[in-house]
Write a protein that binds this ligand. Structure first.
Ligand code: NAG
Length: 409
């Protein structure tokens, strides 16, 4: 009997170890913790597919529920800012009002847009809620965290429009006055897909003459900035590094654009931006990593620009050339008008080069940029600064973000 028990235990442990173990780059921080995190996320996706196959619920909704359960293990500190949920011109927002400001003194303002591939995440998710509380307290700011609608309820450009509507509403002088916010000190920030939305909204606010109060800072955390090259050195180098896989990022893009998931094969080989895709020619210099990345980031990679692509593929994906989806494709004249920027990137992230290229383009037109690259970081660290899922890189990312905002907002 005992022998059977030990045999079963051994097989089970080996099975679990095999499931958890994935080869990781040597320089990534706290690799075992990352493997556990990755295995947890992978199992959520697997169970999500089973639940979906059984007809029980949409896989995205299942994953959202699981993330929420996991995140609620982090406690909410007592005290802190005054928090309330409301709507800004019809868009749900959560407002954090710092408690530590003298009567009559104006506060800073900050719009925050959470990440999650335009499909996951929520302003109520514990890690985002804790981050916004912390930013509000430490920056003596009013933080507005936007609950824009998500896939599969809405698709591009609704996520962007929700964020723009909420931001424009907050920037109205009478609304800022209501919250005692100084119009000269309002910024925008977001991570991942939220960084994509923040960059796109910052561009639109900068050029829209009907918006009188302008943003004074943008803090983009490993932002998604382009859907035109899925073969940048960082996409290639980090193809299989958790928690964002190269194929997964392309799948998020296709979902956001309500396109057929089978296009993933064409996008993986850059068929949508092949030389024969005429609509792309006028944009090429704006995402040419061979000129926008410094040599150390070329690593061993060569640009992938096939001579012939899939015919008419961009007709199915016009948004990939739209600045509201791919803010890296904005013209210099637009970029020049955007506010000073903090761009956080991680070495072990498919999106590293999106951020580095944007930083370069902004610098070239004279925008002040702080580029903060985390050599041990992976995609998602900003959400991992609190137990039970805390990483050193995550704590450092939060610290650097707040310290930059403190000096620049
Ligand atoms: C990319 O386009 C070429 C030329 O049309 C085609 O032969 C090839 O099959 C396409 N690749 C994929 C993965 O669809």
């Amino acid at each position: 009997m005992m022998r059977v028990f030990w045999c079963v235990s051994l097989v089970l442990s080996l099975g679990i170890a095999y499931y958890i173990y994935i080869p990781l780059p040597e320089t990534v921080g706290e690799p075992w913790k990352l493997m556990l995190l990755d295995a947890t996320i992978r199992s959520m996706f697997s169970v999500g597919s089973v639940v979906h196959a059984l007809g029980l619920c949409h896989p995205i909704k299942f994953i959202r529920g699981s993330v929420k359960t996991l995140q609620n293990l982090s406690p909410v500190p007592s005290g802190g800012p005054k928090v309330h949920d409301t709507t800004f011109a019809g868009v749900d927002v959560r407002v954090y009002e710092s408690s530590g400001v003298e009567q009559g003194k104006l506060k800073r303002g900050l719009i925050f847009l959470h990440g999650g591939g335009w499909a996951l995440g929520s302003n109520k998710e514990r890690s985002y809620d804790l981050l916004c509380r912390k930013m509000s307290e430490e920056l003596k700011a009013v933080v507005v965290s936007v609950e824009y609608r998500l896939v599969p309820d809405v698709y591009f450009p609704v996520q962007y429009e929700d964020c723009l509507v909420a931001t424009t509403h907050f920037l109205r002088p009478e609304v800022l006055a209501l919250y005692s916010v100084d119009p000269a000190h309002v910024g925008i920030s977001g991570d991942s897909a939220g960084g994509n939305l923040a960059a796109a909204v910052a561009q639109q606010v900068a050029v829209d003459e009907s918006i009188s109060v302008k943003l004074s800072a943008q803090a983009l955390i490993y932002p998604v900035l382009q859907g035109v090259d899925f073969n940048t050195p960082s996409y290639m180098q980090n193809e299989k590094v958790p928690i964002l896989y190269r194929r997964g990022m392309i799948q998020f893009w296709l979902q956001y654009l309500k396109a057929d998931q089978s296009l993933v094969h064409q996008l993986l080989v850059n068929n949508h931006t092949a030389k024969d895709q005429e609509a792309v020619s006028k944009h090429r210099a704006k995402f040419d990593w061979t000129t926008l990345l410094s040599l150390e980031f070329h690593k061993k990679y060569k640009p992938v620009i096939p001579a012939k692509g899939t015919p008419n593929i961009l007709e199915k994906l016009p948004a990939l050339l739209d600045v509201r989806a791919s803010p890296l494709l904005a013209e210099d004249e637009v970029l020049r008008r955007t506010p000073r920027a903090f761009i956080l990137t991680c070495e072990h992230d498919v999106l590293r080069d999106d951020g580095l290229m944007y930083a370069r383009r902004l610098q070239k037109v004279g925008v002040a940029v702080t580029s903060d690259l985390h050599a041990d970081g992976f995609h998602g660290i900003l959400s991992f600064f609190q137990p039970p899922t805390s990483f050193e890189s995550g704590q450092r990312a939060v610290k650097n973000l707040i310290s930059w905002l403190n000096d620049n907002l």
